[in-house]
Design a protein. Sequence first.
Length: 181
Amino acid sequence: MEETIKVKLQPLNVEAFRPYGQVLESKQPIFPEVEPGEGHVAMELLRLKYRPNAKRMEQLAIHFSYNQKFIPVQGAMVLLVAPPPRNREAGPATYELDYERLAAFIVEPGQAAHIDKGTWHNVLALGPECAFINVTRKNPGEGTSQIEAIEGRIERVQTTRSYVEFVDLKKRDTRVIEIEL
């Protein structure tokens, strides 16, 4: 039987988000980064559709070769994050995930959340749909992200983006995360 970790939803603000990345502020630029030789910075417009069961997450994504930005343009999103693991060399089967420091933020249209390299994350639509700009990494020839697979369970994306690790917390840790809306 899995353990359910409940995470309260909170508004996005600079101080609370600091352990995971940055919030875009006036006169404070944020710089997209991709490790040299590891693809290119890319922007894509994606749409998340609300799913009633999406507030219960079994998987998180993590990547170390680039940072990422989430910028809603229509509708709000929930961004679930946890700090980067201290044991990056360990591999996905044993990456540290600090369940005590999981946080869920409402990201509203006009806000931009920048997650640092290695930050655990997942997203879901807060209302019926959320259109957002995803500033990410892409390799030449890759299409847009398969966002339907990212919300909740992510496993279908694994074969198309080898530089993103997907960790099934239910299988690995017998835990699931539930966002308290």
